[in-house]
Design a protein around this ligand. Structure first.
Ligand code: GAL
Length: 418
């Protein structure tokens, strides 16, 4: 009798198991570019949560900060008719993928989870194509940060700068003391990242909006733009010979190790300090990039989902979309990544001081008009325009082109790309 019962229970359990695998377990192949120490730790959280729900995560990481390499790979996979299940894609590009008719709609998850209530409207609008959710946002990064090693500043008798004039004074002292003033990653997207911080500093948010969001030819070829380009070039003598081609996280490591005094980079750099066990305030200092304290250049990471035939893959996609906006993921991921939650109303307690300041700045800058989308990180303009701006900036920074010529080129190249 006992044996019979046991057998029956076993049959039921096996049956349930098969059923649940069929109904729920599916594979998601996820394309992303989160390969640095802090980034990998962050994305692993999503993998774990999905696997706890019985799904399989097939990692499709394409190294290369800023995602330019990942986007090239994504396009070739899509052209071959074999896109991944989910891909890290941001900003206006989401609309271009929507136009292709390849995206899965996430409206049922969005309705059940009340995304319209959980997300700032500006963010929700970017995630929708023709009124339907086709992408899920992960976080909010602030671009305009300076990461400083206070020990290096102390040894050089210099103060962390709050203006670009102060920067020059400090950088001279740091160089004289035998340190590298600026940890520079000489890759086009990183040069564009510093450039946009300087445009915001020199011109303010209204000028930033005209030049780098509206891509207005008059603003691009203007005395203000010339000034911004001059400031960018002024940094160069304060970088080292190893800068060309250097990855952003290796530049962050130079600040962590006390070889360099500062880096200008978005707050994914904080993920590297966190992964290295460094404490903000004591072991490193996070300040707004010089001249940008009331401003917030924002960068929202998100995932699009490609249409799937396999029901398991569809379930896995929905689970991924749901998990991304749930409080547990929003907390752990963003604490590790250096960003702040995109989900509204999250408890502030688990976040460190730079994150809390970022949260405050996000709200304050939205009210003051200082909240602007990042051009370098695909938030502001379509890829062709962004590509034209990045090319001119990097050509200018790496040659002896004059700032005046560079400003004129910006206007003409952007017009040609439109
Ligand atoms: C940004 C992205 C961040 C971070 C950074 C460096 O574009 O939004 O999440 O990964 O690139 O790769």
């Amino acid at each position: 009798m006992g044996l019979k019962l046991c057998k029956r229970a076993l049959t039921v359990m096996v049956g349930l198991c098969i059923l649940s695998t069929y109904a729920f377990g599916g594979e998601v192949e996820v394309l992303h570019w989160w390969t640095s120490g802090g980034e990998a730790k962050s994305v692993a959280v999503l993998k774990d949560l999905l696997e706890k729900e019985g799904h399989t995560w097939k990692d499709f990481a394409v190294a290369g900060g800023g995602g330019d390499a990942a986007m090239t790979v994504l396009k070739s996979r899509a052209v071959a008719g074999n896109p991944p299940t989910a891909a890290q894609v941001k900003g206006p590009q989401i609309q271009l993928w929507g136009d292709e008719g390849v995206l899965a709609k996430l409206d049922d998850v969005a309705r059940a989870e009340k995304w319209d209530e959980l997300l700032p409207k500006v963010v929700a609008d970017v995630m929708k194509y023709e009124g339907s959710y086709v992408a899920v946002p992960v976080n909010v990064h602030r671009i305009n940060w300076m990461w400083a090693n206070p020990e290096v500043f102390r040894k050089a008798g210099a103060q962390p700068p709050t203006t670009w004039e102060q920067f020059e004074t400090a950088a001279k002292k740091i160089k004289d003391a035998g340190f590298i003033p600026v940890a520079w990653g000489g890759q086009p997207w990183q040069e564009a990242t510093v450039f946009e911080m300087i445009v915001a500093a020199v011109g303010g948010p209204d000028f930033y909006q005209s030049a780098l969001v509206d891509a207005d030819a008059g603003a691009l070829n203007s005395p203000t733009m010339v000034k911004a380009l001059e400031v960018l070039k002024m940094i160069k003598p304060y970088t080292d010979k190893g800068a060309p081609g250097r990855d952003w996280n290796l530049a962050t490591a130079m600040v962590i190790q006390g070889k360099a005094a500062m880096q200008f980079m978005g707050d994914w750099a904080k993920g590297e300090f966190t992964a290295a066990g460094k404490m903000p305030g004591a072991e490193y200092v996070a300040m707004p990039a010089p001249g940008t304290s009331g401003q917030f250049l924002f960068n929202v990471d998100s995932f699009i989902m490609f249409k799937q035939k396999d029901p398991g893959a569809q379930e896995a996609q929905k689970a991924m979309a749901r998990l991304i906006l749930q409080p547990e993921f929003q907390k752990v991921f963003n604490v590790n990544k250096g960003s702040i939650p995109v989900r509204l109303g999250m408890p502030r307690a688990p976040f460190d001081d730079p994150a809390l300041r970022s949260m405050n700045a996000f709200v304050a800058s939205a009210a003051s008009g200082g909240l602007v989308p990042s051009m370098a990180h695909e938030m502001a303009v379509f890829p062709a325009t962004r590509g034209a701006i990045v090319d001119v900036v990097t050509n200018y920074y790496n040659s002896d082109m004059s700032a005046k010529d560079a400003a004129a080129n910006l206007a003409s190249e952007v017009e040609a790309a439109k």
